[in-house]
Design a protein around this ligand. Sequence first.
Ligand code: ATP
Length: 319
Amino acid sequence: MKRIGVLTSGGDAPGMNAAIRAVVRKAIYEGLEVVGIFHGYQGLIEGNMELLTLGSVGDIIQRGGTKLFSARSLEFRTEEGQQKAIEQLKANGIDGLVVIGGDGSYRGSMTLTKNGFPCVGIPGTIDNDIPGTDYTLGFDTALNTVIECIDKIRDTATSHDRTFIIEVMGRDAGDLALWAGLAGGAETIIIPEVEFDMEEIVEKLKSGTARGKKHSIIIVAEGVMSGSEFASHLMKHANIDTRVSVLGHIQRGGSPTGRDRVLASLFGARAVEVLLAGHGGRAVGIQNHQVVDYDMNEAFEKGEDFDLLMYQLSKELSI
Ligand code: ATP
């Protein structure tokens, strides 16, 4: 292994830059060359790449977004696209690839590995939904962004005796909604993993009002329904008037937290070590506070565990 590539793909997440920096610096420290591939798999297909130096990744550890830019590539989903990507990797003398992204990006890397090109995945997504790792890069930063928003909304909710519905990101995974709801003291958390019971929610809102509560916060993960859809259900069902706040892309931006920067540094360095050991088809992650690498295929077959106990706790603490 003499030269490796690195790309970011799918939705951007805070901490991706810190991970790029760690990959580049660790690889150079180990005597490797590193090529940065721009705009994810689409850029790879088009040969949009350049050699990175120690200085190329200076002053980015604290920045959100990704210096290498990200993209979603339809062409890469086809066999021809994947063949073009492998040809580009070979033509540019690249021997191994680090892919930083979410579950779709991981699936893309698995197709390259299956075609004989070694890839290692670094989990970069605010969704925290990658099998085999307790945390993904960007989750902690996004979580703190959402908590800050909930706290602000709570101030105005209390001043006006209002019920607020806050829509947060999470198409298939409810971790961000659940953790933010628990940390922000939400009364109700609606997530894709658990069916909700409208009667129970209405009952809780009414009993809260009866005991003099000045506000209620309902967190809805976007994958279940939009905040405004949920608001009209509540209105139709129980004539409860609410205000809706959609946090949107604000959740993706911002300077990564210390935790995300440290994870990014650990993950980036481990990914280089895995490639140096000659392994492909693996992902790096953290399990019980230990940095690990594991077989990506096996982890995806097993799937992602959902923390039902945490969901139950959020209900117990918000009676
Ligand atoms: P996030 O979860 O933050 O949205 P992601 O990595 O899951 O990030 P996707 O858009 O699902 O984002 O995937 C990124 C890219 O990976 C896709 O645009 C596509 O090029 C590639 N990809 C996704 N799934 C596959 C697949 N099954 N086979 C080949 N390539 C894939």
